[in-house]
Design a protein. Structure first.
Length: 613
C-alpha cells in the first residue's frame, strides 16, 4: 500500500467528518496526517501454458500447478540459478541492474493508452483526456498472449494503478473534501487498470499505440456486480480504485484487487461498492465483464494467486493488506473448463470463502466463512484488533443475517470465526511445486506476538510458506513455516535483526515464483535514511527457495516502491513497476523535464539470454 493512499484517505476522512482513517504503520506520510489532526488507527496458465510447450517442450505440461504455470518445468541447459552479480545496496535517482543487463522505460503515468489519446506533455488536461491516458501508481501487472502473435515479441500488459501521480493531473492539491466534480473525475481517472498491447520492434519494447486492445478501466467506469452480495451492493458500481496488486485466472482473465473498502476519492459513493476483486478480460471478448466478484469477500485486497489440480479443481488465495489482516482462499464449487474459456463465467460467483488459522505447532486450518457456521450468526462477537493492544479491545456485536452480511463484512467475519490476524499480508504466490508463499510487510503496531507473527513491533516484515494437505486446492488443513524474517544483523534491537542469508531487506511486499521455480521478492520499505543507510533504496531480490540465500537484482530510484513483475514466456524479458519515484526519474533518462512519474521498465540481458541466470 502506497503512503500516498494515506494522504487521499485523510482528505476523504475530513470530507466525511471522520476522525479516523485506516493505518499503514511506518509509512512516511504519518507526520502529514498528524499535522492534519486526523487520528490514525491501526498465475498464468490461461495466457502462458500454450507457449511453455513451445519453449520448454510439450511433455513438460500437465493440467495442474500454481498461479504462474501449469506444472514443474525442466530448467534449460544454460540456466544456472541466480548466477547474476548481486547489485549493491545503493541510493540514487535511477534504476540499477546487474552488469550485463539493461532497464528501459516502457510506460509511464500520463502516456497515451486509448488510440488517439492525448498524452501528458506538461500541460494539465481535462477529465475527457486523462480518462484515456495512463493512470499513476503502477503496481501489479500480468502479461497475456494474443492469439496469432509470437508472445516473446508481443502481447498484452494489464497494469494496475493504485493511486494518482498528482503532479501530472492538476495544479491544485486534490482534496476530496473540497474537490469540484471535474477534479474528482480527473483524480478517479488516474486509478484502475491500463491494458496495453506491446511489441518488440527494432530490438526495443514499445507500446503499440493504435492497438484496439488498448483500454482504460478507471474510477469513473461502471462495473457490473455479481455473486451472493450483488443484491445488497447493487447491480452496478461506479469506479474501481486503489488497485494494488492483481492476479490471473486459468482461463486468461485479469483479477485487479481493490485495496480499499471505501471510495476515498469520491466519498459520496456507498462504501459497499469497494473492497472487491474485479475480473477483467484483457482481450475484451467475454460477456458480462468487467465485474466485481462479491463471493471473494470485501476487504483490503492485495493480490490473488491460484492453485489447480489435474481435475480442474481450483483455490484462489488472497491477503488482506490490513494492520492486522487475515489470509483467505476461495474454493469454487465448479471445476475450471480449460477447453472453453467462455464456460467459466460464474466460477468465481459460487463456492466457499475460507480464512486461515495458524496453529503454534506448524499446522493450520481453513475456516469456512459461511453464515450460520463458525459463530457467524446474529449477535456475533467481534474481538477486534487483538494483536494491536496489550489490553484486549472491547468486543463489538456484528449481525450476520445473510451470506451477504458475511461477504460485505469479511474482516469482522474472519475475526469472529477465529482466523489468525497477520502482520499486513500482501502478495501471495503459488509455485510449480505447489508451495505457497505470502509476504507480511510489517506491523510496527503489534503488541502481542504469536507463532505466525513472532515479533511484537514487527519493523521489517516476514514471509510465510505453506503447503495444502495432499496439495489439494480444497483441503481444509495445511502445514506452514516462517520462511524468512526481514531485517539486518547490524541493527542493535533483536526484533530488527531478522534471519536473511545474503542481501538483506526490509518490508517484503511484491512476491512471485516464476515458471522456473525462482522466488522474487520486491520491497516497500520506508525511504528515510534510517532504512536506506542499511538496505539502500527499495529493490527486487532473488531468494533461493532451498537455501534461502538472497541476492539483490534491481534497485529503484529514490523515494520509490518496487512492485509488479511479469515476463515473456521465454523468460528473456522481465517487466517491473517503479511506483511513486521521488525526484526526477524517469525524466532524467528520457531527456525531458516532466515530473517524476510511476513507470514500467523492461529488464533484459545484453546477451539475449534468460533473465536472472
Amino acid at each position: 500500500m502506497s503512503y500516498l493512499t494515506d494522504r487521499f484517505r485523510a482528505d476523504s476522512a475530513r470530507a466525511l467528518g471522520l476522525t479516523e482513517v485506516e493505518q499503514v504503520p511506518g509509512q512516511m506520510f504519518e507526520d502529514v496526517l498528524r499535522d492534519a489532526k486526523v487520528q490514525r488507527r491501526t498465475l498464468l496458465r490461461g495466457s502462458f501454458g500454450a507457449t511453455l510447450a513451445a519453449v520448454f517442450g510439450g511433455a513438460a505440461l500437465s493440467a495442474c500447478g500454481g498461479d504462474d504455470d501449469a506444472a514443474t518445468l525442466p530448467v534449460p541447459a544454460d540456466t544456472a540459478p541466480a548466477s547474476f552479480p548481486s547489485v549493491a545496496a545503493v541510493t540514487g535517482d535511477g534504476v540499477v541492474v546487474p552488469k550485463g543487463y539493461t532497464a528501459e522505460v516502457l510506460f509511464s503515468a500520463g502516456d497515451a493508452v486509448v488510440p488517439g489519446a492525448t498524452p501528458f506533455t506538461g500541460a494539465f488536461l481535462g477529465s475527457a483526456d486523462t480518462e484515456k491516458f495512463a493512470g499513476g501508481g503502477h503496481d501489479g501487472m500480468h502479461f497475456y498472449e494474443i492469439p496469432g502473435v509470437d508472445p516473446n515479441t508481443g502481447g498484452l500488459l494489464a497494469i494496475n494503478h493504485e493511486s494518482p501521480d498528482a503532479a501530472i493531473l492538476m495544479a491544485e492539491r486534490f482534496d476530496a473534501a473540497t474537490a469540484t466534480p471535474e477534479q474528482k473525475k480527473i483524480a478517479l481517472s488516474a486509478v484502475g487498470v491500463s491494458v496495453i498491447e506491446i511489441e518488440l520492434k527494432n530490438g526495443k519494447w514499445e507500446v503499440k499505440k493504435d492497438s484496439a486492445f488498448n483500454k482504460r478501466y478507471t474510477g469513473n467506469t461502471v462495473f457490473n456486480v455479481s455473486g451472493p452480495a450483488a443484491a445488497t451492493v447493487g447491480a452496478t458500481v461506479v469506479g474501481t480504485l486503489n488497485n494494488c496488486s492483481s492476479g490471473t485466472t486459468p482461463w486468461g482473465t485479469y483479477l485487479t484487487c481493490e485495496e480499499t473498502t471505501d471510495n476515498y476519492l469520491d466519498p459520496t459513493q456507498p462504501v459497499e461498492g469497494y473492497g472487491w476483486v474485479v475480473e477483467i478480460d484483457p482481450q475484451n471478448k467475454l460477456t458480462n465483464l468487467p465485474v466485481k466478484r462479491t463471493a471473494l469477500g470485501r476487504f483490503d485486497h492485495e493480490n490473488t494467486a491460484y492453485l489447480m489440480d489435474e481435475q480442474g479443481n481450483m483455490a484462489l488465495y488472497m491477503g488482506d493488506d490490513g494492520t492486522p489482516g487475515c489470509i483467505y482462499k476461495f474454493v469454487p464449487s465448479a471445476k475450471v473448463n480449460l477447453t472453453d474459456r467462455t464456460a467459466n463465467g460464474t466460477i468465481l460467483d459460487n463456492g466457499t470463502l475460507y480464512a486461515a488459522k495458524f496453529n503454534a505447532d506448524g499446522t493450520g486450518q481453513w475456516i469456512a466463512l459461511v453464515q450460520g457456521t463458525n459463530n457467524l450468526t446474529v449477535g456475533a462477537t467481534d474481538p477486534g484488533l487483538v494483536p494491536q493492544s496489550a489490553t484486549p479491545p472491547v468486543p463489538t456485536i456484528v449481525n450476520f443475517v445473510t451470506q451477504a452480511d458475511v461477504l460485505i463484512n469479511t474482516k469482522a467475519a474472519a475475526r469472529v470465526a477465529g482466523a489468525t490476524q497477520m502482520d499486513r499480508p500482501e502478495w501471495v504466490t503459488v509455485g510449480p511445486d505447489k508451495k505457497i508463499y505470502i509476504t507480511m510487510t510489517k506491523n510496527s503496531g503489534r503488541k502481542v506476538a504469536d507463532a505466525a507473527n513472532p515479533r511484537a513491533g514487527n519493523p521489517h516484515g516476514h514471509i510465510i510458506q505453506w503447503t495444502e494437505n495432499g496439495n489439494a486446492p480444497g483441503a481444509t488443513s495445511f502445514k506452514w513455516e516462517i520462511f524468512m524474517l526481514g531485517g539486518d544483523a547490524r541493527f542493535p534491537d533483536a526484533v530488527a535483526k531478522g534471519d536473511i542469508q545474503g542481501d538483506t531487506f526490509s518490508s517484503p511486499d511484491g512476491l512471485r515464483v516464476d515458471p522456473l521455480g525462482r522466488l522474487w521478492v520486491q520491497t516497500d520499505a520506508d525511504t528515510g535514511t534510517g532504512i536506506t543507510n542499511t538496505f539502500g533504496n527499495n529493490a527486487m531480490y532473488h531468494v533461493d527457495a532451498a537455501t534461502k540465500q538472497s541476492k539483490r537484482f534491481l534497485v529503484g530510484p529514490d523515494g520509490c516502491e518496487i512492485t509488479g513483475i511479469a515476463y515473456t514466456p521465454d523468460m528473456k524479458t522481465f517487466f517491473v513497476n517503479i511506483q511513486h519515484p521521488g525526484k526526477t526519474w524517469p525524466s532524467n533518462v528520457q531527456g525531458n523535464t516532466l515530473p517524476a512519474r510511476s513507470s514500467t521498465v523492461v529488464v533484459r540481458r545484453t546477451d539475449g539470454k534468460i533473465v536472472g541466470v
